[in-house]
Design a protein around this ligand. Structure first.
Ligand code: BEZ
Length: 211
């Protein structure tokens, strides 16, 4: 069955471009992003891995470790990394899992047979420090992912993990947040000392609490 938000992210051991890992140990106590690629030496994937490498500073700031997975072997990954570094003007600075037995692909339901019988689709899993799945996104093979959107969701997830807020449509870090329905009106002044704005009984905004 497909993994759902709130499920424990399955653990596995695997060879990667940075050595053998136990996934949960490798994640440690921080956040993680596991994202899959249909195959090595493919054009869209090449641009995606370059994009993630360029955003490593942003992920690190948020205590997020990124790891990619592709069903090809480690030797192929190393050759592909050289191409990515050359063509994308960057240096891959995170591991790529080799999953020739499709173990990770199976555990995370990354093969969607009606899209392709053997290759993985473009799955993304954001995993919290508690090893629970916080976000799943699935893109088709033809469309490269928007990793700035994934950073935006991480910002929202990390905020909601700490404060009783949610984030509105198209929210960006620094903008007003929504006070969750679990908070009573009378609790707002102490919980959100920066103030609040009530539009409807169920729609209350507050400045981003950690800014
Ligand atoms: C790509 O990354 O470009 C790609 C990979 C598999 C199928 C289609 C596109």
């Amino acid at each position: 069955m497909a993994l759902r938000i709130g499920d424990t992210a399955p653990n596995f051991q695997a060879d990667t471009t940075e050595g053998h890992i136990d996934f949960h140990q490798w994640l440690g106590t921080g956040w993680g992003i596991l994202f899959s690629h249909p195959a090595d030496f493919t054009p869209v994937c090449t641009t995606e891995l370059g994009a993630v490498a360029k955003l490593q500073g942003e992920f690190a700031k948020r205590n997020v470790k990124c790891v990619a997975v592709s069903v090809d072997p480690v030797a192929a990954h190393h050759g592909w990394v050289r191409d990515i570094n050359e063509t994308q003007g960057t240096t891959i600075n995170f591991p790529i899992i080799a999953d020739p037995a499709k173990t990770v692909a199976g555990l995370y339901d990354m093969i969607h047979p009606n899209e392709d019988a053997t290759a993985t689709v473009r799955s993304v899993f954001v995993i919290g420090p508690d090893k629970k799945v916080k976000l799943t996104i699935t893109y088709p093979m033809s469309c490269g992912r928007n990793f700035l959107e994934i950073l935006r969701v991480v910002d929202s997830l990390q905020l909601s993990a700490k404060y009783k807020v949610a984030t509105p449509a198209d929210w960006q870090d620094g903008q007003d947040c929504i006070v969750t329905l679990a908070v009573k009106d009378e609790e707002i002044p102490e919980m959100f000392p920066k103030g609040s704005r009530k539009v409807k009984s169920y729609l209350r905004f507050t400045p981003q609490p950690n800014k």
